[in-house]
Design a protein around this ligand. Structure first.
Ligand SMILES: Nc1ncnc2c1ncn2[C@@H]1O[C@H](COP(=O)(O)OP(=O)(O)O)[C@@H](O)[C@H]1O
Ligand SMILES: [Mg+2]
Length: 555
């Protein structure tokens, strides 16, 4: 049994075992007795005399009324009462006084204590019967004592037991809480370790290349190779961050109503190519489905992640089935109908531990260099951030089923985003106001813009930008960071939109906090940005002045 000393204050304390329960008391000898047994001995003798007197009065008032009742019988209850309350002593006193009273008043010769043969016989019979009654009373007394003690012990035992159960429950809860905390910190350290490991691997070629480029002159060929090596690693780092943000549900999503049937038809070629010729692909779709509200690029990426996992699990070939169907509201017990997308493989499956941990970031069974452990965590994060769920089920040796469910939406499907097709005139020689509180980022962005022939004025806060604009400084374009101390970029964009409706504004942001919503009409671009993406986004924003919209960037 567990140690009982440190009991959490939430538990009711056990009663002290010496506390005597209702109706019971502790006698002088330390035993537990019924409370009525605590009458002092002298009082019990006095009580004996009182009950004899009462019996006498009753007998006298009934004299001759109940001829069937023997002259002694009314004294029997008095004897019993005294014996039960006082024990053998008071019982015998009652017996003796009753015998004398009866001899004196009711046996001949009346009014005297002369003992005739008859009276002696009667008295003898009374003595034997009353003596037995004294014994019975005494036994009753003992049994009452015993039951008081037993009840007391049982009650204490029950309370003790209750206390122990409460302790055990509290201990279990505390242990569970601790386990939860441990698991949480284990997850955090796994996440931190994973990020550190992957980033160090990516930073090594970046730092190495830049170091060589800056420390000594290199041939143009070599400099190109070094730069492209560094860029490649940086691209991978960008992808890593994007997946981490997806897991943390802090991704900058651009949700819109999506037709899943069309999306899966469009993706089927890519899926077939990614699983290779050895695996059979079955895509089973109804003619139409309700729209769901999700970021289509990210949904495609999630489906590709699931496909790649299925491919990895089916090294020796198999069948990959992708299907989608509508789940009516009742069967799902949710309010809105949902659309279910299933990705089912006939691969090696997962055991219970792998299945439980599969969506943890950096959890992989594929070995270093082959798996990132970020595929399912991204899918899980996207589903969560889009109001949906990811459900995994798997049987080792049989296969795995991944189900994505998203609530259906009544929003109308928007026509294909026109922005990508707009052949925007390449804007150049713009006078651009650049707002970013981070000097390194600001300088980097300014360099890209200078390089493209634009004139750049840099400020480090939204307030500075607003006061410049108030001073009638003329700008063709505003490029602003989102998360900045004081006023954020979205607020700045909103104010500029009111005061300068024709001025195009582009928001560049690193991540979306839960409390940092950006209105859909503000054009946004995800950090980190490459020069080509930045210039293209500026072109689109310039072309789209008057009808602000988000700019697609496919990460
Ligand atoms: N379809 C699948 N069949 C069997 N195991 C899978 C499947 N999908 C995921 N897993 C398991 O879950 C782990 C985590 O998957 P994921 O997050 O995509 O990372 P990665 O693919 O980089 O390992 C995988 O390493 C694998 O053990
Ligand atoms: Mg994967």
């Amino acid at each position: 049994m567990a140690d009982r000393s440190p009991r959490p204050s939430a538990c009711p304390p056990t009663r002290h075992p010496d506390v005597i329960h209702a109706g019971r008391a502790i006698a002088k000898d330390g035993t537990v007795v019924p409370r009525w047994m605590l009458v002092p001995p002298l009082a019990t003798y006095a009580l004996s005399l009182v009950v004899v007197a009462l019996a006498w009065a009753t007998r006298a008032s009934l004299d001759g009324a109940w001829p069937g009742v023997t002259v002694f019988s009314l004294f029997f209850p008095a004897v019993l009462l005294s014996a039960v309350i006082g024990g053998i002593g008071p019982g015998i006193v009652t017996l003796a006084t009753s015998g004398l009273v009866v001899t004196y008043y009711w046996l001949s010769p009346r009014g005297s204590l002369m003992f005739t043969q008859d009276s002696l016989v009667n008295l003898g019979l009374f003595g034997v019967s009353a003596g037995s009654i004294v014994l019975v009373g005494h036994l009753l007394r003992i049994s009452a004592r015993r039951s008081a003690t037993t009840a007391h012990i049982l009650k204490d035992f029950a309370e003790e037991l209750e206390g122990r159960v409460a302790d055990a429950v509290a201990e279990r809860e505390a242990a569970l809480q601790q386990l939860h905390e441990t698991m949480k910190s284990e997850m955090v350290s796994q996440l931190t370790g994973g990020i550190a490991h992957d980033f160090n691997n990516l930073l090594t070629p970046i730092i190495g290349s830049l170091d060589m480029l800056s420390s000594r002159p290199v041939t143009p060929d070599r400099s190109k190779r070094l730069a492209s090596g560094a860029l490649e690693a940086a691209e991978k780092a960008r992808m890593l961050v994007s997946r981490l943000l997806a897991f943390g549900r802090r991704q900058m999503l651009q949700p819109r109503p999506v037709d899943v049937v069309a999306l899966l038809h469009g993706l089927s070629d890519l899926i077939q190519r990614s699983i290779g010729p050895g695996t059979r692909l079955v895509i089973s779709l109804p003619p139409s489905l309700p729209a769901i509200r999700v970021d289509p690029n990210q949904l495609e990426l999630a489906l590709l992640n699931l496909t790649v996992n299925a491919r990895d699990a089916m090294q020796d070939g198999g069948t990959l089935t992708i299907s989608a169907q509508e789940e009516p509201a009742e069967s799902d017990r949710s309010l809105a109908p949902t659309v279910r997308i299933s990705v089912i493989d006939t691969g090696k499956g997962m055991d219970a531990v792998t299945l439980r941990r599969a969506t943890e970031p950096f959890f992989t069974t594929k070995g270093s260099g082959r798996g990132t452990g970020l595929g399912l965590s991204m899918v899980h994060g996207l589903a969560g951030q889009s109001g949906g769920t990811l459900l995994l089920s798997s049987t080792p040796g049989v296969g795995t089923r991944a189900e994505l469910r998203f609530p259906a939406t009544d929003d109308q499907l928007s026509a294909e985003a026109p922005s990508a097709e707009i052949a925007a005139p390449s804007a150049c020689n713009l006078r651009i106001l650049l707002v970013d509180d981070e000097p390194l980022v600001r300088t980097g962005l300014a360099d890209m813009l200078h390089d493209a022939g634009h004139e750049v004025v840099e400020v480090e806060s939204a307030r500075e930008a607003l006061s410049l604009m108030e001073d009638c400084a003329a700008f063709d374009f505003v490029l602003t960071d989102h998360l900045m101390p004081g006023m954020n970029g979205a607020t700045l964009a909103g104010k500029l939109r009111d005061s300068h409706p024709l001025l195009p504004v582009l928001l560049v942001t690193g991540y979306m906090g839960a409390d940092t919503e950006v209105p859909a009409e503000i054009a946004t671009l995800r950090k980190p940005v490459r020069q080509a993406d930045l210039l293209q986004a500026i072109d689109r924003a310039v072309a789209g002045v008057g009808r602000f919209r988000r700019i697609d960037d496919s990460a």
